[in-house]
Design a protein around this ligand. Structure first.
Ligand SMILES: Cc1cc2nc3c(=O)[nH]c(=O)nc-3n(C[C@H](O)[C@H](O)[C@H](O)COP(=O)(O)OP(=O)(O)OC[C@H]3O[C@@H](n4cnc5c(N)ncnc54)[C@H](O)[C@@H]3O)c2cc1C
Length: 577
């Protein structure tokens, strides 16, 4: 048996480096019974900039903030954060009449009725013109009204529905730096110029530009797309995903809010001619960018298209071009080095998963934390989990392109017809032509639940546009009367939630402490914890217990008491989306 690891050295001071430091500081003890705390050091270049993008998150971010001990108010204020209730996809698909579709991928999971997912009822009986998500979640109403997921600003992290955040990436890294340094993390601002290895290739020391030799034990490579240690020194091969995903470049700008009092609580993804444009509204500005394929658009043509899309809002913005390395390392953990963040891999930011993957990478590292002998089974299991997570995200993103039906540019035709499909997804897509996605179709589902898959398929209206036979899930006996009853009750509940929720801008201003909380009308006071029949959302729940995570109560939104007659099942939000 090896000796306990006494120190962890993180190279890189972007979101990955500082988030890793904050999480390790909070949840890593090294070997049980150690008397000395783990010494964590972050080495950050004084002149190599961070990527400067990465501002949308998934609901796991609530857990991340709680684990590292950041108050939501401080986070909101310092990072100009806002709430996110899901991702809206504009113009990715056309309906049967050729009109562009807009649909939401919400964070709330669809409930079930007698153990049957509501999607089967929706598909068989319809919902009077409502979209599938409108049937069970108030997301559409809140987005239209620019309202947040709270009735008052009082309870941090609590809500009547699932949510994530938008944040200013540069300010987030600054805040983490401050917190980490105050908690004892050592911060060295120097360039790593070289690496010393032992006869087995393990890293023994880093050569720092000014202070020279810096001995190390466990090293975390957070040096961004360059993968300074994992790729350049250890030579770990990078598995390129370009055969599955065409987008390899992005350009980003920041613009002003068209109306600062109307902050949409969602990320918007609008399909353009050779990719898609993100729109992330923060409290004080909007972050926007175009993710595109260089095989289909030159940078100049992409810039013209992007600025034309923004219109007068763009002002005199000069978009910054960001080349993207899409894929993952063959192994995330090699010898005594673990790669996190962009150094570990990156899949285009369509579902805003990268920060979450950093969080998971640290939690799994703590779960399989090594001694100085670096036992292979620990490393192997860690690597398998990370591979699965990357592949899960890759598959889910590939789904969006494969099920697109645009024919107006070569990009969309190629994205659907020319790119490879990962085997597992290819098999599932064939299956889903006959039956809607079911839980067991997803072999590894730590992030995207089957409910999310159904929201995409139904949002894109694939079952109305020739993807599959009209009748699906034919083996299920479904009661239409019960469906109509539950539908009516959900509509009532959704309307009540939307009515009582606070204006998003006002909610943020109160949370930031910019304004005094307003006196609420008596009706809101009486139910200020939640609208009638609605339990608070207690944060995402991972499928397995994770380090630094105390499982919250299983109290997701449920219908009002009257609706219980229809016996709709309370679902647990087992995965994060
Ligand atoms: C277009 C785009 C959009 C994105 N959108 C999202 C999103 O919405 N949500 C999300 O979760 N993620 C998103 N991401 C991903 C997100 O930006 C990254 O995961 C996150 O910022 C972490 O980056 P990083 O810390 O790994 O790398 P970087 O920010 O590149 O940091 C690298 C660090 O390494 C240091 N460094 C490099 N070389 C040396 C050296 N020799 N010596 C010392 N230090 C060194 C640098 O100084 C820097 O501090 C997006 C990424 C892109 C490209």
């Amino acid at each position: 048996m090896g000796q306990p690891i006494e120190s962890v050295t993180i190279v890189g001071g972007g979101t990955a480096g500082w988030l890793a430091a904050a999480l390790l500081q909070s949840i890593a003890a090294g070997r049980p019974g150690r008397t000395k705390p783990l010494q964590i050091t972050v080495i950050e270049s004084p002149n190599i900039p961070t990527i400067g993008v990465g501002e949308a998150t998934v609901p796991g971010m609530v857990r991340t903030l709680r684990t590292i001990g950041l108050s939501e108010r401080e986070f909101m204020k310092r990072c100009n954060a806002s709430f996110k209730l899901g991702v809206v996809f504009d113009n990715w698909n056309e309906d049967p009449d050729g009109n562009p579709i807009s649909y939401i991928n919400p964070f709330n999971r669809a409930p079930s009725l007698h153990g049957v997912d509501l999607c089967h009822f929706y598909q068989r009986f319809g919902a009077n013109g409502l979209s599938f998500v409108q049937c069970y979640a108030p997301t559409h109403g809140l987005l239209d009204a620019c309202k947040g997921p709270r009735v008052t600003s009082e309870k941090e992290f609590e809500s009547f529905m699932a949510f994530a955040y938008h944040l200013d990436a540069a300010r987030f890294a600054e805040l983490l730096t401050e917190k980490c340094v105050a908690a004892g993390v050592r911060h060295i601002r120097q360039n790593v110029k070289g690496v010393e290895q032992d006869e087995n290739g393990y890293i023994t020391a880093l050569a720092l530009e000014e202070s020279g030799r810096h001995p190390v034990e466990l090293v975390i490579d957070c040096t961004g797309f360059r993968g300074l240690i994992i790729n350049q020194v250890l030579g770990e091969p990078f598995i390129d995903y370009s055969r599955y995903l065409a987008n390899d470049r992005a350009m980003a700008v920041q613009i002003a809010h068209p109306d600062p009092e109307r902050i949409e609580p969602c990320t918007r993804s609008t399909a353009l001619g050779a990719g898609w444009c993100w729109r992330v509204p923060l409290f004080n500005r909007v972050g926007t960018g175009y993710v595109y394929s260089s095989a289909h658009r030159s940078d100049d043509a992409a810039r013209d298209e992007f600025l034309a899309h923004l219109g007068p809002q763009a002002g005199d913005a000069e978009p910054r071009v960001i080349p993207m390395r899409i894929g993952r390392n063959r192994n995330a953990w090699v010898k005594n080095c673990v790669a996190l963040g962009l150094a570990g891999g990156f899949i285009e930011p369509l579902e805003s998963t990268a920060i979450h993957m950093i969080d998971m990478g640290v939690r799994w590292l703590v779960t399989y934390f090594p001694d100085s002998d670096y036992a292979d089974p620990l490393r192997d299991r860690y690597n398998r989990l990370i591979d699965n997570l990357y592949d899960e995200v890759r598959d889910f993103i590939c789904l969006h392109y494969r099920l697109g039906n645009r024919t107006d540019t070569q990009y969309w035709i190629d994205a659907r017809e020319e790119l490879d499909l990962p085997d597992r997804l290819a098999e599932n897509i064939e299956l889903w032509r006959h039956n809607m996605p079911a839980h067991y179709d997803l072999e590894f589902s730590s992030l995207f639940s089957v409910s999310t898959y159904n929201a995409v398929l139904l949002g894109k209206q694939v079952y109305r546009t020739g993807f599959a036979r009209a009748e699906l899930g034919g083996g299920l006996a479904l009661n239409e009367a019960e469906w109509r009853q539950i539908l009516a009750e959900f509509q009532k509940r959704n309307a009540a939630m939307t009515e009582r929720a606070m204006n998003h801008h006002r909610l943020l201003a109160e949370l930031r402490g910019d304004v005094e909380p307003a006196a609420r009308p008596a009706s809101a006071q009486a139910t200020r914890k939640r609208p009638p029949g609605v339990a608070p959302y207690a944060g995402p729940q991972p499928t397995v217990a994770m380090p630094g995570f105390a499982p919250p109560r299983l109290d997701l939104p449920q219908v009002a008491p009257a609706a219980k007659a229809a016996k709709h099942d309370k679902t647990e939000d087992a995965s994060l989306l």
